[in-house]
Design a protein around this ligand. Structure first.
Ligand SMILES: NC(=O)c1ccc[n+]([C@@H]2O[C@H](COP(=O)([O-])OP(=O)(O)OC[C@H]3O[C@@H](n4cnc5c(N)ncnc54)[C@H](O)[C@@H]3O)[C@@H](O)[C@H]2O)c1
Length: 390
């Protein structure tokens, strides 16, 4: 059984969350790790480890997939696309690859339209499966296309970035960006399974790899102080992409996400904890026209939120220090392209978690524990945003 998250112990959320994630040997998956996302009839497995990708064709055959529409971006397709299509074709599943632009530009209505056109021309029927092969952007785009094509077809997530493995591939949030805000057009649509193959990280550029630690530190500081200690001790091994260290951190991240998602699939309450660091993070992404990668923007957002936690939630200053050190151990936030402070502040109210224009901040109270729905005076926000961007 999954270890309960430190911050989730006790209380009703703890009991629901404790039952949510399960880890053990994956049937037929050799030494792969398995976390089960417990969502009743929508429950699904997350396979983790080197070789998870090899499981994909067999598992899709078991699910009687008639065909597979593989969606990837131009960077990932070049490295892994052919192997995935060949594996699926090899077990008799008619498959074709569709390539989108890399990065946040993939999450647009025009790319969505291209993916839907592809599905139609390919003849993806309701027994077909969409394979989202790539980072969080491809997962969000292809997952949303699956949610709306034929009013919903099945899809699997094959995350190829560390960020998508620990976070974006699990939980069923899919979507694209509108002209002015992130993730504002979307659906909650759970995948059939997630295949997190750590060997795909071999080809991931260093900056993208390190950016993922923005989300991983988020989990540690908001939910699991033991994970914070693991990150501190294992930082050198993780920076070297040591597979043993990586597998344990990826598995823990997925367990935490699975617990939160199982407790609150549609973000009616507890799932809000996952937005820790994302209020300023999303605003920064928008203000930089997405020049700052998501994980790096979240790292800045974490720095802002921790400082606001000290001001507004009685959080000890030591949390700011521990978090700053953890982020720095992974080169975060690092040098950022110039961004206008006023544009970051202007982008804040467009965060989709705002209720009637009032932002609901997620702020730390202590290491491993956050408070959701906090109101913060505008002057404090301005001061802290200035501090973290200076
Ligand atoms: N749905 C969710 O719950 C959720 C959660 C967190 C983040 N997200 C979203 O995820 C997105 C960020 O995802 P990301 O950080 O994975 O970025 P990404 O998908 O843009 O990938 C980063 C870059 O790495 C390249 N790449 C990916 N895998 C590679 C590989 N194995 N080898 C070589 N190059 C590779 C991509 O082409 C891209 O250029 C954001 O849009 C964010 O909003 C979604």
């Amino acid at each position: 059984m999954a270890r309960p998250a430190a911050a989730l112990r006790g209380g009703s959320r703890a009991r629901r969350c404790r039952a949510a994630g399960r880890r053990g040997g994956a049937g037929g998956a050799g030494a792969l790790g398995l976390v089960s996302v417990q969502l009743a009839e929508r429950a699904y497995p997350v396979l983790i480890g080197s070789g998870a990708l090899q499981e994909l064709p067999r598992r899709l055959r078991e699910k009687a997939a008639s065909s597979a529409a593989v969606v990837s971006d131009s960077n990932v397709a070049g490295e892994w696309g052919e192997a995935v299509v060949a594996g699926l074709t090899g077990v008799g599943i008619r498959s074709q690859l569709h390539v989108v632009r890399p990065g946040e530009q993939a999450k647009s209505l025009s790319e969505l339209s291209g993916v839907l056109d592809f599905m139609e021309l390919f003849g993806l029927d309701r027994w077909g499966v969409v394979v989202a092969l790539g980072g969080g952007t491809v997962g969000d785009l292809a997952g949303f296309a699956a949610a709306v094509w034929q009013r919903g077809v099945r899809y699997v997530q094959v995350p190829t970035t560390l960020l998508a493995m620990v976070d974006a591939s699990v939980g069923g949030k899919t979507g694209v960006n509108s002209k002015r805000s992130k993730n504002s057009i979307g659906a909650v649509w759970q995948p059939l399974a997630v295949f997190s193959d750590l060997t795909t990280l071999r080809t991931l550029p260093e900056a993208e790899y390190l950016a993922a630690f923005g989300e991983i530190v988020k989990y540690a500081v908001s939910l699991d102080r033991d994970l914070a200690e693991t990150l501190r001790l294992q930082a050198p091994a993780l920076r070297e992409r040591d597979l043993t260290a990586l597998e344990s951190v990826v598995t823990r991240g997925i367990e935490l996400k699975a617990q939160v998602v199982a407790a609150d699939e549609r973000e009616a309450g507890p799932r809000e904890v996952l937005n820790y660091g994302h209020t300023v993070g999303h605003a920064l992404e928008i203000a930089s026209d997405f020049a700052i990668p998501h994980g790096r923007a979240v790292a800045v957002g974490l720095r802002a939120a921790a400082r606001l936690g000290v001001e507004c939630c009685g959080c000890p200053q030591s949390v700011v220090e521990v978090q700053d050190e953890l982020l720095a151990a992974f080169g975060l936030p690092g040098d950022l392209p110039p961004v206008r402070e006023s544009e970051v502040l202007a982008a804040l109210p467009r965060d989709k978690k705002a209720r009637e224009g009032r932002l609901r901040w997620v702020l730390p109270r202590e290491l491993g524990k956050v408070q959701v729905g906090v109101s913060v005076p505008a002057t404090a926000v301005e001061r802290v945003v200035h501090e973290v961007l200076s």
